[in-house]
Design a protein around this ligand. Sequence first.
Ligand code: F6P
Length: 323
Amino acid sequence: IKKIGVLTSGGDAPGMNAAIRAVVRTAIYNNLEVAGVKQGYEGLITGNFVALQSHDVSNIIQRGGTILCSARSQEFRTEEGRKKAHEQMIANNIDALVVIGGDGTFSGARIFSQEYEIPIVGIPGTIDNDLYGTDYTIGYDTAINTVIEAVDKIRDTASAHNRLFFIEVMGRDAGFIALRSGIATGAEAILIPEKETHADELQKYLEKEYKEHKTSGIVIVAEGDKSGGAYTIAKEIGKQHPEYDIRVSILGHMQRGGSPSAFDRVTASTLGVAAVDALLDDQKSIMVGIVNGEVTHVPFNKTIKNKKKVKESLVNINDILSI
Ligand code: F6P
């Protein structure tokens, strides 16, 4: 391997820049050239490359977003699109890739790597934390901290008015962000797709606790929860309890922005180094992750096919502490 390409794909996440920096500098340290690929797989197809030197990644470790930009490429899902991407790699002498993103990014990488025998290593970058084979994904910690800052503020106004808030957080079809931020904000209830909570269960709980003893109520709703989202569940509860003063807040894309936390910066730096080391070690078609503080190498097949579970112990903690 003489030259590697690095790209960010799918939803951006805070810490992606720190990962790019680590990949570029580790590659240069090992006398490799680096091409930054703009806009994820779109840029691979169109040949949107920029040569990256060490100074090009100065002053980015603290910045949210991604300097390489990101996209969810439809064309890369097609054989034709991947053929064009391969031609661009050959024309630009790119021998291997580091792809930073989530399961969609790795699905594309796995097929591409099989079709053209290209060494590809993935770095888990998504606020959702929903990747099997790593305890943490880059961006998750920052997103949770963004959520708790917002929820703490909502709690102030909720208690001033004795209101019940339903706050929807991101996470696609997983409840990691909701569960952890719900515990951290002392939410009265947390609704996640991994655990079915029926409206009547929630209603009973609110009847018993919120109505009697509390000056405010916060229900964190994961966007993928089966209740249909914060507006739907709030409407249902409001119908049964017109006496509750209910408000809804959807936090949205603010959860993806902002300066990465120390934890995300260190995770991104560790995984960026590990990704280039893995390529130099002739590894192909794997994701680098962190399990129990140690770097792991997980085949794309495994991380794509398996579903990461939420920690039961955290669900129990919330059940005990929300009373
Ligand atoms: O995967 C990250 C994520 O922010 C999810 O939590 C969310 O469901 C989705 O991306 C939103 O995607 P978009 O930015 O395309 O609306």
